[in-house]
Every structure is written in C-alpha cells, then in structure tokens.
Design a protein around this ligand. Sequence first.
Ligand SMILES: C[S@@+](CC[C@H](N)C(=O)[O-])C[C@H]1O[C@@H](n2cnc3c(N)ncnc32)[C@H](O)[C@@H]1O
Length: 206
Amino acid sequence: MDDIIRRDHWDDRYRTIGPTNVSWYESEPRLSLAMLELGGLDRHRSVIDLGGGASSLSARLVARGNHDVTVLDVSAEALRITRSSIDDPDAVTFIEADVTEWSPTRTWDLWHDRAVFHFLTGEDQRDNYRAALRRGLAPGGVVCLATFAADGPESCSGLPVRRYRPEELLAELGTAMDEIASGRYLHTTPSGGVQPFSWVVARRRG
Ligand SMILES: C[S@@+](CC[C@H](N)C(=O)[O-])C[C@H]1O[C@@H](n2cnc3c(N)ncnc32)[C@H](O)[C@@H]1O
C-alpha cells in the first residue's frame, strides 16, 4: 500500500464509519494510560502517541497537566477530529506523517503506540519504525506498545496485520530495551466483539 492509498484508506474510515464506531474505539484509553503509568508518566514527561488517530489519549494527558504532548498520524482527518476534541488544541503538537517514512527531529520521554505497529507486515517497514524509535526515544525513555495478540484478529480496519505474543513484541523492539511489564488485554469493540491484545512496556538503555 503506497502513501496516498494508506492516507486515503484511514481518512475514509474515520469519515464513513465515524470515530466512535471504528472497531478500535474506546471511550476511556484504559490500556494506554495503564501502560504510560507503568512507564513513569507524570506531567513533566514528554509523550508521543504514534498513530494516535482520534483517540482521547492526548486530551486526557492535557487534562492531567502534561504540556508536551505530540500526536502523529497518517490521517489528516483523524488529526482534525482529535484537534477539535481538545479544549486547548495548542497544547498538543500534531504531525501528519507515515511513521515508516518519518525521521524524528527531537526526542520524547514516552513513546506510545496502540494498534499501529501490527499493520507493519513488511520487514522494511518495521526496520524504518525501529529507526524512528531510535531517533525519537530519549535514552532512558520508555516505549509502550500494544498490538493484536497471537490469537487476535488477522486483520484490522480491512488491512492485514501481524500478530504478536508479548515476548515477541519485546524482541521486535531490539536488544537495547529492558522490559518493565507486559501482558494481555481484551478490548471490547463498539459492536461488542472482543479483541485480544499483547502489550509491552520497556525502557531504553542509556
Ligand atoms: C487501529 S487505529 C488506532 C488508533 C489509536 N492508536 C487508538 O488507540 O485509538 C490505527 C491508527 O494508525 C494510523 N496509521 C496507520 N498506519 C500508519 C502509519 N504507517 N503511519 C502513521 N499512522 C498510521 C491510522 O490512521 C489510525 O489512526
């Protein structure tokens, strides 16, 4: 899938299905906040939400007093929805980009990704993601990563995904990471389906 097709796919999903009806919607970003708290979230920590979409996570972080919050997504429509949902949208930096082609120009303390990495089915895409992670995560920073579990759905939003056990996620991140915690999470979709996720929280050495 090339860039324009990928962007159009996601813009279309948010427009036609709507941000609260998409399968990954949750009214409270429970897993996301739990992972970030395990990673030492406090209001002084900078946070980037990779593929944050229309998630309420950035609004929750701003409401908690976090003043250095970034949301990156390939979908301009998702970013527009998120911007319009935050009382003080200037408190958040929005980056419209494909994470597999993005080169960060700064670092963050916490790197959060819920349900984006599993779309990277090609080794080259995952290599590029890891390169972005190496540039964008501060030494001693923490990555919070959640994907469909090994027994989770084989596709998401009509696209094929790669599924993981928690220990496989840690291995994907590379050798310079130490696990803080990992586990399994059951997400209930707006239509009542249950999707098993694997997640890992890990600290970068250095
Ligand atoms: C399944 S949704 C998850 C959204 C959000 N993380 C959440 O938990 O609600 C996947 C999101 O990743 C974005 N996305 C997919 N592929 C991407 C890529 N290569 N680069 C950046 N964003 C991407 C989509 O636009 C979408 O918003």
